[in-house]
Write a protein that binds this ligand. Sequence first.
Ligand code: PEP
Ligand code: MG
Length: 576
Amino acid sequence: MSLVLQGFSVGGGIAIGRAHLVRQSMDDVVHLQLEDDAIEQEIKRFEEAIKLTRKQLEKLRISIPENAPTELGAFISLHLMLLTDVTISREPIDLIEEEHCNAEWALKIQVENLSQQFDDIEDEYLRERKQDMLQVVERIFKNLAGQNPEVGMSVDLFDETILVAHDLSPADMVYFKDNRIAAFTTDVGGLTSHTAILGKSLDLPSVIALNNGRDLIREDDWLIIDGIDGVVIVQPDDIVLTEYRQRAREYKAGLKKLEKIKKVAAQTLEGIPVDLLANIESPDDIEDVLKTGADGVGLFRSEFLFLNRDTFPTEEEQYQVYTQTIKSLKTKQLTVRTIDLGVDKNPRWFHHDQGLNPALGLTGIRLCLAEPILFRTQLRALLRASVHGDIQIMFPMISSIVELNQALSHLEIVKDQLKEEKIPFNVKIKIGTMIEIPSAALTVTSILKKVDFISIGTNDLIQYTLAVDRANTAVAHLYQSTHPAILKLVSHIIKSANKLEKPVAICGEMAGDIKLTRLLLAMGLRRFSMHPANLLAIKQRICETKLIDIEPISVKVFRTEDPDRVEELVTKMNSL
Ligand code: PEP
Ligand code: MG
């Protein structure tokens, strides 16, 4: 019997293929009752996993670069210590022997006991070590399954594999860049979560926030993933399959048609030019950028270079990546955002306590200011690469000019060092900031006076203004880019920048949302940065727009404080 599930569409068109359930950590562990003669083998399997985990941690410890934060070595030592503790390395073996259960189940039972004991500890520091214990155990789980340590995958991937996961982290998504799959679904997530953003950049049909897809879909089920309408059809019948095959063909034909405007200038019907830039996460994305004819890269989320590895990249490694990226962009501009780690993007070597509200904690520029070596290493690499082309540097999550001044003084120190070492760099390199925190939006004029350009991060601006977690399905209906408060803020930022004649772009998801293109043009936006996959459709919309015609409706949009009325007016504006 077929089944239809509704979620949010991330894009990428339509895929038809077979489900592969992504097993994720402890929650998915099943209880197996083993025969007597299987016990010895099971214990051996557990011991092997412990051995492998120890090897991985030891390798990690010896490969820490000299300039790494000092806590890093201490944390790895702590993990090694936890691993050798009898509660983790010996007691699960006793359980396997006594209960005749599988190793995963024994470990899960043991972890539940240990978690309880940690929760009962009064000393706050010791209580918080529970997270370390869980990280160590997670490693053992993955080694037990012989899986890819990042995603929990134990099968080879094929063109028609559709991954069905409860959740995928941004780091998991990076893994898919190099591995073939047809599509993916998750049960949780919001449309501007980093997982969804990466899904878009992979241009894979994907549907998120299915709620219980992971429970309802079975391994090898045939699936249709409709990334246009956000629908997943499980075990479709022949009639539905035929219909979707036709829709997939039409979608591809539509994309092909759009390719024809690749070389057409992006300008409104009255000839006002608009810059269309691309967002990227790795140098590998440049090929797609060039294919769409983008004017350059408006946002390189450089933190993705720091994920899925055991140590942070050295200055030389980073220099090579930035150099390769700018060279492959030929004469086009590259805006590199300095690392925006924390919250959902936590490298393995990152051991800061995230607190109860990670999105309000040590993230973005705050983390860089707290880890000057990390920050300056990246700035050195970027400055050195700036001799190879038009590189701009952009700081994330700036909340005030105080933070901006601190970031700028690190930059000055690094520039002085390079001068002293006679290492060349572009002394006129342009510096900008993201405007993605309401406090920065409201004080944008003072920020603008200190930088060469700004770029509006609407994904976070919406989250922080509306107090809605961008990745939380339960509140996704409250995450509204057309909320009048958001429109007021975005319009204020654009107007302030235009007044001072400083370039302003939007690099959040609003820039690639065709529903909003006309409204943003009416606000005075002339630089849009988005996934390459959205760029030609946005260009087409710009080329069909006459600003003078949409102005009367836009005036009404900016006057109303009623979100429903905004929706109505935007629909009307788009129907002109
Ligand atoms: C944003 O917040 O809009 C943005 C572009 O940055 P990120 O999505 O990486 O947080
Ligand atoms: Mg952001």
